[in-house]
Design a protein around this ligand. Structure first.
Ligand SMILES: [Zn+2]
Ligand SMILES: [Zn+2]
Length: 383
C-alpha cells in the first residue's frame, strides 16, 4: 500500500473522529453524524445516498459485479464521559463509549484511500454507515432498504474496537462469534389472601421463586455444556405487605445464546417451563419474549481469506485468532445471516488506556484508526 498516501489520510481521519466524538448521537437518531459522513464523502468525490433516514450508503469502484460491503456504525451511548480528553463529549449524558466514532472515521479513511486508487478495484465496494447499532438496530432496516442489493453484495466485513487487544493488532474469530440477546417479561398471576391462610390462596411469590430456580436447569441440564447460554433474571416486583399473599409478580430478564441452531428450541423450552411451573403452583404465567439480534456467525472460509490477507498486508504479528467468542451482541449479525461475513477486532489499548468499552473512562489509542482503515482498504483492494 502507498504509505505516503496513508500519512496524508491520518490527520484527516483523526480530525473527523474527534469531531464525531464531541457530538455523540443516540440510536437511529444520528442526523449530524450522517451529515458529517456525507460532507466527508463529498470532499472525496465519493458517490453516496441515504437509504434510511440516517443511514448512508456510499459506493466506490466499478458499478458492475459482486460487491464487497464494509460496515461502520455511528451511534453513541447514554453515558456521561469522564475521560478529560480535550475533545470530550459536549453533549450531556452522551458518549462514544463503544468506539463507533472510530469505526466511522476508519471507514472514511478507507474511502479516502480507495477513492485515490479506484481504478485498481476489481469489484464494487459498498460502504455502509449505519445508525442504531446499540439498539434498536440499524442494519435490518438498511438491508430492507436495499443495502445488499444495488449492486448485489456477496461478502461483508465489519470492524469494531477491541479494548482487550493492544493497538496495532487485529483479532479474528470464525463460527458463532457473538451472542443473541433475548429479553423477557414474565407475569405470574396468583390469588391473594391473608398470609395466615395460604390454603385459601395461590402464592405468586412462591411460584416465582420456583420459576427462577427451575429455569437455571435449562443451562445446567438441557444445554450442551460446551455451548454458552446465559439466563439472567434482572428484576422481580410483586406483593403488597408482610401479611398479604401476593396475587401477582412481574419478572424480567435476558437469555443470551451463542448458537443459532439451539436458539428457537431453548426459548420454546423456557416458555414451556415457566408456564408449567406456574401451573404446578396453582398460578398462571404469561411470558413475552422480545427477540434481540441473532447470533453473529462469522463465515469460516471468508474469515480465513481475510486473515491470510491481513497477515500479508499488516504483518503476521499484527493478526491473531481470538481464543473465545463473546456474549456481547452485534446487529451486523443480520448481514452475516445473508452473505459470508466476518468481524475485525481492532485493538485499541495504548499507554493512556483506563477502562474498556461502555465505560465512562474508555479511551482508545488513536493509532488504532490507521490499522482499522488499512485493514478495510486492503480487503477491498485485494479480496
Ligand atoms: Zn456497544
Ligand atoms: Zn459497539
Amino acid at each position: 500500500m502507498n504509505e505516503a498516501l496513508w500519512q496524508e489520510i491520518q490527520p484527516w481521519m483523526l480530525q473527523i473522529r474527534r469531531k464525531i466524538h464531541q457530538h455523540p448521537e443516540l440510536g437511529l437518531n444520528t442526523p449530524k453524524t450522517a451529515a458529517l459522513v456525507e460532507a466527508s464523502l463529498d470532499e472525496l468525490g465519493v458517490d453516496h445516498r441515504r437509504i434510511i433516514e440516517n443511514g448512508v450508503l456510499a459506493q466506490v469502484g466499478p458499478k458492475e459485479g459482486e460487491a464487497l460491503l464494509l460496515r461502520a456504525d455511528m451511534d453513541g451511548l447514554p453515558v456521561t464521559e469522564q475521560t478529560r480528553l480535550p475533545f470530550s463529549s459536549c453533549e450531556p449524558n452522551r458518549m462514544h463509549a463503544c468506539g463507533h466514532d472510530a469505526h466511522t472515521a476508519m471507514l472514511l479513511g478507507a474511502a479516502y484511500y480507495l477513492s485515490r486508487c479506484e481504478s485498481e478495484l476489481t469489484h464494487p465496494v459498498t460502504l455502509m454507515f449505519q445508525p442504531g447499532e446499540e439498539g434498536p438496530g440499524g442494519a435490518l432496516p438498511m438491508i430492507e432498504a436495499g443495502v445488499l442489493s444495488f449492486p448485489s453484495v456477496s461478502r461483508a466485513v465489519m470492524a469494531h474496537v477491541d479494548s482487550e487487544l493492544p493497538w496495532g493488532s487485529i483479532g479474528v474469530f470464525s463460527g458463532p462469534a457473538m451472542a443473541s440477546p433475548n429479553d423477557f417479561v414474565i407475569k405470574v398471576f396468583g390469588q391473594g389472601g391473608h398470609a395466615a391462610h395460604p390454603q385459601l390462596s395461590a402464592d405468586a411469590i412462591v411460584a416465582s421463586s420456583a420459576i427462577i430456580q427451575g429455569c437455571q436447569t435449562l443451562v445446567s441440564r438441557e444445554q450442551n455444556p460446551v455451548e454458552p447460554l446465559v439466563i439472567t433474571f434482572g428484576t422481580i416486583h410483586g406483593g403488597y405487605r408482610e401479611n398479604v399473599i401476593a396475587d401477582g409478580v412481574e419478572l424480567t430478564g435476558t437469555i443470551r445464546i451463542l448458537s443459532p441452531d439451539g436458539m428457537d428450541a431453548i426459548l420454546e423450552r423456557f416458555v414451556n417451563m415457566v408456564e408449567q411451573i406456574a401451573q404446578s403452583y396453582r398460578t398462571r404465567a404469561e411470558v413475552a419474549i422480545s427477540r434481540g439480534y441473532p447470533p453473529l456467525v462469522a463465515d469460516a472460509g471468508w474469515t480465513n481469506e481475510v486473515e491470510a490477507l491481513l497477515r500479508r498486508e499488516l504483518g503476521s504479528q499484527a493478526v491473531l485468532r481470538l481464543p473465545a467468542p463473546s456474549m456481547g451482541a452485534e446487529d451486523f449479525a443480520y448481514i452475516a445471516q445473508r452473505v459470508p461475513a466476518t468481524n475485525l477486532h481492532v485493538g485499541v489499548v495504548g499507554p493512556d488506556f483506563v477502562r474498556g468499552i461502555h465505560s465512562s473512562q474508555f479511551n482508545l489509542d488513536e493509532r488504532a484508526l490507521m490499522t482499522g482503515a488499512k485493514a478495510y482498504a486492503a480487503v477491498a483492494l485485494y479480496l
